[in-house]
Design a protein around this ligand. Sequence first.
Ligand SMILES: CC(C)(COP(=O)(O)OP(=O)(O)OC[C@H]1O[C@@H](n2cnc3c(N)ncnc32)[C@H](O)[C@@H]1OP(=O)(O)O)[C@@H](O)C(=O)NCCC(=O)NCCS
Length: 221
Amino acid sequence: MTLDRVSLESAAVCTVPGTASRECVSLRPPSPEDAQEFVARMRASRKLHRPWISMPQSMEEYAAYLERSRKETNAFYLAHRREDDAIVGFLNISEIVRGKLQSGFLGYGAVAQFAGGGYLTEAMRFLLREAFTTLRLHRLEVNIQPGNLGSIALAERCGFQYEGFSPRYLKIGGRWRDHERWAMTREGWRAVNRLERERRDSNPRVAPGERFTVLAVVRVE
Ligand SMILES: CC(C)(COP(=O)(O)OP(=O)(O)OC[C@H]1O[C@@H](n2cnc3c(N)ncnc32)[C@H](O)[C@@H]1OP(=O)(O)O)[C@@H](O)C(=O)NCCC(=O)NCCS
């Protein structure tokens, strides 16, 4: 998988509230040119990220991050706001296993300045299309600490399904933390897309640019 060749052009409807344009964010793999902005934005987002994740806080840490992003088993993306190219967040797929699994783990975070603006919701939809089409994955898994309501809200809104509770699953900040396991399969993603299309088609008042939430969870047998 050559990330430089990833093209994320899309015709998706922008879901950021109050925005008339069709797309508000685009996804690109992190590059050396992003170093200064990314590190500055991650440093400024420390309070939002703690205690859930820790991100590069120095140029050295960013260099290591960039190195990891280039591994065959990872697919890292930065979400850029289209109007000014500002980095608004990141979404990273890691530990991709091919063969009979075709699966990866997803992690993400917003830039504090832009948090709550709907950018991550839209970026997640682009990410899901990328994962289930270009990357040909079959399953994406997100592990979320039970108290991380913002992350749970985002996963749920984008159609991930709750699969179960994993006690003492990940060591974060020096302690083994419980996590909830949320996942989406390609079939689930298609079902979510179908639902959203049907809802849009059956309600002409849902205009392009208007945001809506997946209200039904679809079980794919
Ligand atoms: C999780 C995270 C990426 C969400 O980003 P975001 O910028 O809030 O995403 P969006 O703006 O697209 O979505 C905002 C929506 O989430 C909801 N939300 C955000 N934070 C919330 C919270 N603490 N509790 C409940 N809902 C929350 C908002 O109500 C909003 O929904 P609404 O507009 O329908 O009311 C961000 O909170 C973050 O970076 N958290 C720290 C890092 C992290 O936890 N990463 C994931 C580890 S598993």
